[in-house]
Design a protein around this ligand. Sequence first.
Ligand code: FES
Length: 187
Amino acid sequence: MNNNNKSHKEKGGSGITRRGFLSRASQLGWASMMATFAGSLYGGYRFMVPNVLYEPPTVFKIGTLDEFGMGVDTRLVKERQIWVARNEKGLYVLVAICRHLGCTPNWFADQERFRCPCHGSIYDIFGNVRGGPAPRTLWRAAVSLDPVDKQIIVDTGTRQDPDPKGTAEGLFVEEAGREIEPYFIPV
Ligand code: FES
């Protein structure tokens, strides 16, 4: 009879022993302390390492003038998202971003056209729109020559974007108006 009473007292009404209850409470206490500690550590980390998005630089060198032949050079499309174009008067840099919704067009040397794979915009070597939904001509990036090493410096953050004229052939900008500093290097 006595044993039954003792057992009843230790277990309480719910069937959990007193020792078990204390042990569970202690575990919960530790877990909550650790969670608080981890939270404050993370907070400290976020404070020390702010949420910054690292963008590629918009000003960079691409080589000297003699490294680019006549026509369109596509070597820097993947790395820098530009085409380097050269004619008998000089050199300019087109930004390889379609003016419709931002896809990267491809250069077809045999047709002398850039064609966008997304919705079919077509541009000529000057960046004029020759077909498709693009509402403006291709951007040209600012270019200059480094006075020391003579390398071409491209600044894709500074872009030429004149208003084009609508014609039956497409959207055009007069070329003479585009071949000006800092968007053209005469040779
Ligand atoms: S993004 Fe180039 S045609 Fe639409």
